[in-house]
Design a protein around this ligand. Structure first.
Ligand code: DC
Length: 219
């Protein structure tokens, strides 16, 4: 068997990375790795305020955590200790907790090893904030997906409304801006495009147009 193929997609909150990564992984018939879900799962397990805990206490909890991956494309399943990660991690609040713990080197070091181990085992479309810069710097295909904060809040608003969930545009915009600021300005592995990434500003693009750029980029 040859060396696994790695495609990276990085970008800010709410830009549509997961949708695109799943679709591209399906197109390539390989698994998709949602690294935000790894940070979210840890944040959820540790709970509110864990970013102020001492390093050893966090490390002890991390030592009992084992991430796995099965399936391909849309059917990729991320597991934590053999249980699929659930929808409870998909709230803006858990997203903010995830962004908070993502500033801690102890967490990033742990997940770097977990993510690189998965990349040794499987071909992947890996999406997150530091896939192209830190985790898979040698990946042959790297993308950075961007869009204005208004457009991202708008997409999230429409998504929540279509699910009949309560949504406030200004609040969403504020939450997304705060998370972006923290993700872009942290000391370790901040959100940024790799020098050799193809940047796609999707503010004025639809999903099909974005997917065409991705598909052509890996062809
Ligand atoms: O992609 P997401 O919204 O599910 O990510 C949640 C948070 O996790 C994000 O705000 C920052 C952190 N994260 C990170 O620091 N590095 C990654 N590769 C993925 C996510």
């Amino acid at each position: 068997m040859g060396k696994p193929l790695i495609v990276t997609i990085d970008g800010p909150a709410g830009v549509g990375k997961s949708t695109m990564a799943k679709q591209l992984a399906g197109h390539l018939s390989i698994p998709y790795l949602d690294t935000g879900a790894m940070f979210r799962s840890i944040a959820w397990k540790l709970g509110d305020g864990a970013w102020d805990w001492d390093k050893d206490r966090i490390q002890m909890t991390l030592d009992g955590m084992n991430f796995g991956l099965s399936g391909i494309g849309e059917d990729s399943v991320l597991t934590l200790n053999n249980t699929p990660v659930g929808s409870e991690i998909r709230t803006e609040q858990v997203g903010m907790w995830a962004s908070n713990i993502a500033t801690l080197p102890v967490i990033r070091t742990f997940l770097k090893t977990a993510q690189q181990n998965l990349g040794e085992k499987f071909s992947l479309v890996a999406e997150g904030r530091d896939m192209g810069t830190v985790i898979f710097p040698g990946a042959p295909h790297k993308f950075f997906l961007d869009a204005s904060v208004e457009e991202r809040a708008n997409r999230r608003f429409k998504q929540l409304s279509s699910m009949n969930k309560p949504a406030d545009f200004d609040e969403l915009k504020d939450q997304i801006s705060k998370r972006d600021h923290q993700d872009r300005n942290r000391v370790v592995a901040p959100l940024k495009a790799a020098d050799d990434a193809i940047t796609i500003d999707s503010t004025e693009m639809n999903k099909e147009q974005v997917f065409t750029v991705l598909k052509d980029g890996v062809a």
